[in-house]
Design a protein around this ligand. Structure first.
Ligand code: NI
Length: 226
């Protein structure tokens, strides 16, 4: 499932983050990948665990906590501290798949990457290129979103970032271990939840809707691992 969630950060939040990011020091992005990724990755990142990354990462996590749609789509068990990257001057990231397991430095805890998220902090007119392309069973999907919007996609997918040929593409990115490991099950639960919300708005809580809501929760009980 790929899902675009608009307006996770307000314009003011984006502007404030950008002021701090634009004045920051970026390091080689290959510090956070394995051997295969290092061969195709060419970008810069905020140093993992740096005070600025921690501060901005906490803001991103707080914004996610206010997004019922992110919760419904990702069913997050835990999300690793958000990272921040910058592509400019032809920088790019070739086809790769995100590592299955990540160790969160602060806690020492392992996290299985089920859901990948890219939160855009540059508007599309600030740069040329830089499209995120995600490949799935239905083909290739190109993503370039307004600042403050995010895209959620399965961490199992092969994806890439096209060379940025003008300006700079600044994003936050992070991984979530979901309570529901399987992407198709998460997708079914999201659709069910969205249809329940829509029917409830139209009909109120009739007996059938209470029953269907019960089925949603019973499926989640069957499929979740915490
Ligand atoms: Ni990736």
């Amino acid at each position: 499932m790929m899902l675009h969630i608009p307006g996770v950060l307000s314009r003011e939040q984006v502007a404030s983050m950008r002021r701090r990011l634009d004045a920051s020091n970026w390091v080689d992005g290959r510090t956070t990948v394995g051997a295969q990724g290092a061969q195709v990755k060419q970008n810069r990142q905020l140093a993992e665990g740096s005070p600025l990354a921690q501060e901005l990462g906490a803001e991103v996590l707080a914004a996610l906590a206010n997004s019922p749609l992110f919760f419904s789509a990702a069913l997050p068990l835990r999300t690793c501290p958000p990272l921040f990257n910058c592509y400019a001057g032809g920088e790019h990231y070739g086809d790769h798949v995100d590592g299955a397991m990540r160790r969160v430095a602060a806690s020492g805890q392992w996290l299985r990457t089920d859901v990948s998220t890219t939160l855009f902090l540059s508007d599309p007119d600030e740069y040329d290129g830089g499209e995120l392309t995600v490949v799935d069973a239905y083909g290739e999907h190109e993503v370039k979103l307004p600042a403050g919007d995010l895209i959620v996609y399965p961490s199992t997918s092969i994806h890439r970032v096209a060379p940025v040929t003008r300006g700079a593409r600044i994003c936050s990115f992070f991984w979530t271990q979901s309570m529901v490991r399987d992407d198709m099950r998460r997708c079914m639960l999201l659709e069910l939840d969205q249809n329940i919300q829509s029917l409830r708005a139209r009909l109120g809580d009739c007996t059938e809707l209470v029953n269907i809501t019960g089925h949603y929760h019973n499926l989640l009980r069957q499929w979740s691992e915490v």
